[in-house]
Design a protein around this ligand. Structure first.
Ligand code: AMP
Length: 548
């Protein structure tokens, strides 16, 4: 027997209509690419998104057409999120930090017919001009006063011209909720980037899931600073969840890695919740230490994209009274998978050490995401806080296949293999210990690089630490500690041994340490371990006598 409830499609345009109706005056503040700030409310944003949609349709945009964006976090990018998808287009966020050849490959693979770009990225597009023959329109996200000239790119359109004169209202069309809405490529370390194609339905369900109290520590009356780029995993869904809960949105534009701007925005815009990757928070905390400035009304720091070292959790709390909410996810999971947000009772009852240890894990799965850990033969492992295995997930906002890719070994039996290695504790609390390709296999046992890095980061001499596996004749692999020093101090390996003793099993302790002047990062802000492994390809451990 079928239920007798209405079958209304879950469409992204409904978020916009809701926010415009109920939170019309709630602000969206953006740092402009050309300087200054822009502010308006959800009502005005909905009007401009409607104008954009009309403009796109007037220039012949068709359902399913990919509309690429090379853009910062700002109001125009937000309008593209809604205006493109709202009329059946697919907003395709391009990560400008990728290598130009990768960007060219992605534009071609996605068959982008439109490209919306900031003035910042025009030189990048000019360099790629020979690869853009199938792109019909290039729109610069600026006003007429700031329109650049380009000899290589013909017929540049001005964003504001595209909107001008178009109606401020639109009857957002209704269509199948499974229609594609947004596209985002992940840059795997091997092979070509892979496209994750979100649908209206997956985006809506993800936004509902993300808006839940145990996931997003923000609601009406809050101000969310989205430091995570909107070109990375749909800005972690904040551009959708924020309007649903009626939160003010603060978008840092090109200044997303600038501690000074972030602090100013946090203070002047009354930010209560800010979300970003650990390296952003390290930079901000460093700026606060030097400047003596504070975090105003900020209560929560959402952190994800890479493991959050306990040192960040501690400093946020002890110096600024800010609670860290660590989330785990992937582009393939829209991205929310889990969140480590403790209850008030836990905050009150746990010791500092126990609380930080729990916040340094990845937390409880979002309702809607099923998780399991399996061994190499795909047999399920227990949730006992000991067994570690490959983390697999499934759910309505987990990708079922990559865009235009015939086969993916990550998809099997209706589960998606995340490529992460995890432990699940008896109460379901997730603990990521590594990426499969980053685990250190010593004498047949696994050593968690994340756990070693977390302990290393607690040392005052460390600005950033990474641990990689290097070959060892006797043990197959051993951990090598790589440190970006905070000051001039460079502790010896004996001092490091003392530091790790008692914190981890003796056989986990790194055998050597090297100091670097900068830590390589990927386009999504993670420590680039592949680059480190390449850089230290010829490294020999001093205790590996047979291999000198
Ligand atoms: P991306 O698709 O670029 O967002 O990268 C997803 C990957 O980032 C995951 O598979 C994890 O390896 C890593 N990741 C994301 N969040 C966390 C976290 N909280 N702790 C550890 N690793 C994380």
């Amino acid at each position: 027997m079928q239920g007798l409830m209405m079958d209304r499609p879950l469409l992204i345009s409904s978020i916009l209509q809701y926010a415009a109706s109920y939170y019309g005056d709630t602000e969206i503040v953006s740092v402009n690419t050309e300087g200054g700030e822009h502010r308006y409310g959800y009502r005005a944003m909905a009007q401009r998104s409607a104008q954009l949609a009309h403009g796109l349709l007037a220039h012949g945009m068709k359902t399913g057409e990919r509309v690429g964006t090379l853009a910062w976090n700002n109001h125009r990018h937000l309008e593209l999120y809604y205006g493109v998808s709202g009329v059946g287009g697919v907003v395709h966020t391009l990560n400008p930090r990728l290598f130009p050849e990768q960007i060219a490959w992605i534009i071609k693979h996605a068959e982008d017919r439109w490209l919306f770009t900031e003035t910042t990225f025009l030189p990048l597009l000019e360099a790629l001009a020979d690869h853009l023959d199938r792109v019909r329109h290039i729109v610069v996200m600026t006003d007429r006063a700031h329109m650049p000239e380009s000899s290589r790119l013909k017929q540049l359109m001005c964003y504001e011209d595209l909107l001008e004169g178009q109606p401020e209202t639109i009857d957002w069309p209704e269509f199948d909720e499974h229609t594609a809405a947004a596209l985002c490529y992940t840059s795997g370390t091997t092979g070509h980037p892979k496209g994750v194609l979100y649908s209206h339905r997956s985006t809506l369900l993800h936004a509902y899931g993300a808006a839940m109290g145990d996931m997003l520590a923000a609601g009406r009356g809050d101000a969310i600073l989205a430091v995570v780029p909107m070109f990375h995993a749909a800005g972690w869904g904040l551009p959708y969840a924020g309007p649903i809960v009626g939160a003010k949105l603060v978008l840092p534009g090109p200044k997303m890695a600038d501690g000074e701007t972030l602090q100013r925005l946090i203070e002047t815009e009354g930010v209560t919740y800010a979300a970003g990757v650990p390296t952003i928070w390290m930079a901000l905390l460093g700026y606060l230490r030097e400047s003596g400035k504070t975090l105003g009304r900020m209560r929560y720091a959402g952190v994800g994209g890479a493991a959050c070292p306990p040192s960040i959790i501690r400093e946020f709390h002890e110096r600024h009274g800010v609670i860290t909410a660590q989330g785990w996810g992937m582009t393939e999971t829209s991205p929310l998978g889990s969140m480590a947000l403790l209850s008030r009772a836990e905050h009150e009852s746990l010791s500092d050490e126990a609380r930080i240890a729990r916040q340094a894990m990845q937390g409880r799965a979002a309702f809607g995401v099923e998780m399991r850990i399996v061994d190499d033969s795909h047999a399920e492992l227990p949730w006992d806080g000991v067994a570690s295995g490959r983390l697999q997930v499934r759910g309505p906002w987990v990708c079922s296949a990559y865009f235009r890719t015939e086969h993916s070994s990550a998809h099997r039996d209706g589960w998606f293999d995340t490529g992460d290695v995890a432990i699940i504790h008896p109460d379901g609390w997730l603990q990521i210990t590594d990426r499969t390709k980053d685990v250190i296999k010593s004498g047949g046992e696994w050593i968690s690089s994340i756990e070693l890095e977390n302990h290393a980061m607690a040392h005052p001499a460390v600005a950033q630490a990474a641990v990689i596996a290097r070959p060892h004749t006797k043990w197959t692999e051993r951990p090598l500690l790589i440190v970006l020093p905070a000051k001039d101090q460079q502790p010896s390996i004996d001092e490091w041994r003392k530091h790790f003793t008692g914190r981890v099993a003796d056989w986990w302790i790194p055998d050597d340490v090297v100091y670097v002047e900068e830590m390589p990062h990927t386009a999504t802000g993670k420590v680039n371990k592949l680059a480190l492994r390449e850089r230290y390809a010829d490294f020999r451990f001093s205790n590996d006598r047979e291999n000198q």
